[in-house]
Design a protein around this ligand. Structure first.
Ligand SMILES: *Cc1c(COP(=O)(O)O)cnc(C)c1O
Length: 428
């Protein structure tokens, strides 16, 4: 959709038009596995990628196509592929780039599940990840070697409110001729548009703020369409004849849509991490209100973080939006619309107080999720991070005294009152 329209207009309209068959104004849920070909010639053209259309819903589906177009538009990308979860999106983003023996340079500050995926599971594909502190730009440069295929980071990162300096990391990726992949789940394109700052690919867990109401697991990979996959010979699956797709040279044949078509024609076809049409429909509904929800999430988080920071029962608050944050300069420069709505804080009463606080919250739900309209809390040390050593927990920002909050869109004063009563109960 045209870039001249505003963000909120595109959040409602991009990718959707009245249904050509029925005139239905909302995007219908196309709950179908397959699509009838007009004739044998059309079927052959569809299979040969000479014509774009619907074959089988593991690859393409009209409801999911509408969502792909909307997410690509909001991120300023050339195309997007939706898939079954945020974790699926990460594998889908890496798959065209990687081969046994290849590695990625990744931030040490990542979603816990991503740390496990990158440090353990991808090894079974013969891939590996080098974890680097992205504040140390020399270390990022130094970690890149001849087998490095990409740099991966989160924009706003889970759990400690860290804000990545995307332009600085994009400059390093650019100088090394590598794609930068940014997980934009916690920021959403409302708060941050990584492609405008030099990112090549953006991945999402649509499960979180994009859907926004805790009903869906879904993911997306957005491609900027700007990376030259043929420049270095490093990405043969995109630049050379691809044996998995009858020798098609994706970049030559499809230009800026090469990565997106590869994701559908090979990634979804062979990995099968497909989103379901009903999930795509809910996410389309959620995105319609993204521009209304995100400012409320951020304003609530800011108010609550500032309130907690002055409370004597609280020893520290890790929120990038605080004036006292070590990330305040990056917040102002890279995230001017806000530092998101997920942060952690520590209690002076330590582990016991943190557990008691979580048990006494009434409005906040104790769940392992984030980015819901409802406010959520979790004590990471006894749940998501319980398998780590104490030292690892502290390094991950999930020490024994730390509680993580995902601030919803309720009235901030009600949330503060709930935290106040739970802090009182926790310090008894
Ligand atoms: C939740 C999350 C993921 C994983 O997404 P799923 O949809 O749960 O697979 C990845 N990255 C971040 C930052 C997340 O918050």
């Amino acid at each position: 959709m045209t870039e001249t329209l505003g963000f909120d207009t595109r959040a409602v309209h991009a990718g959707s038009a009245p249904d050509p068959a029925t005139g239905a104004r909302q995007v219908p849920i196309y709950q179908t596995t397959a699509y009838v070909f007009r004739d044998a010639d059309q079927a052959a053209r569809l299979f040969g990628l000479q014509e774009v259309g619907y074959i089988y819903s593991r690859l393409t589906n009209p409801t999911i196509s509408a969502l792909q177009a909307r997410v690509a538009d909001l991120e300023g990308g050339a195309g997007a592929v939706c898939c079954s979860s945020g974790h699926a999106a990460q594998i889908m983003a890496l798959f065209p780039l990687m081969a046994p023996g290849k590695n990625i340079v990744v931030s040490t500050r990542l979603y816990g599940g991503t740390v496990t995926q990158f440090s353990q599971t991808i090894k079974r594909f013969g891939w590996s990840a080098k974890f680097v502190d992205l504040d140390d730009l020399e270390a990022v440069r130094g970690a890149i070697d001849d087998n490095t295929q990409a740099i991966f980071c989160e924009s706003i990162s889970n759990p400690g409110g860290y804000l990545t300096d995307i332009p600085a990391i994009a400059a390093i990726a650019d100088a090394a001729g590598l794609p930068l992949i940014v997980d934009n789940t916690l920021a959403t394109p409302y708060l941050c548009r990584p492609i405008e700052m030099g990112a090549t690919l953006v991945v999402h867990s649509l499960t979180k703020y994009m859907t926004g109401n805790g009903t869906v697991t879904g993911g997306a990979v957005v491609d900027s369409g700007r990376f030259d996959w043929s420049a270095s010979g490093r990405f043969p699956s995109l630049s050379e004849p691809e044996p998995a797709y009858h020798g098609l040279k994706f970049q030559e044949a499809l230009g800026p849509m090469a990565f997106t078509f590869h994701g559908i024609a090979i990634g979804l076809r062979d990995l099968g991490m497909t989103m379901n049409p009903q999930g795509a429909h809910y996410t389309l509904l959620g995105i319609e209100t993204l521009g209304l929800r995100m400012p409320k999430h951020v304003a609530n988080a800011q108010k609550i973080a500032e309130w907690l920071e002055t409370d004597p029962r609280v020893s520290s608050v890790s929120y990038g939006g605080l004036a006292s944050s070590p990330r305040a300069e990056v917040a102002a420069r890279v995230y001017p619309k806000g530092a998101g709505a997920l942060f952690t804080f520590s209690l002076t009463g330590g582990y016991d107080a943190a557990v008691k606080l979580v048990d006494n919250l009434k409005l906040f739900s104790h769940v392992a999720n984030l980015g819901d309209a409802r406010s959520l809390a979790i004590h990471s040390a006894s749940t998501t991070h319980s398998q780590l050593t104490d030292a690892q927990k502290i390094a991950a920002g999930a020490g024994p005294d730390v509680v993580r909050l995902s601030i919803g869109i309720e009235d901030a004063d009600d949330l503060i009152a709930d935290l106040d009563q739970a802090l009182a109960a926790a310090s008894d």
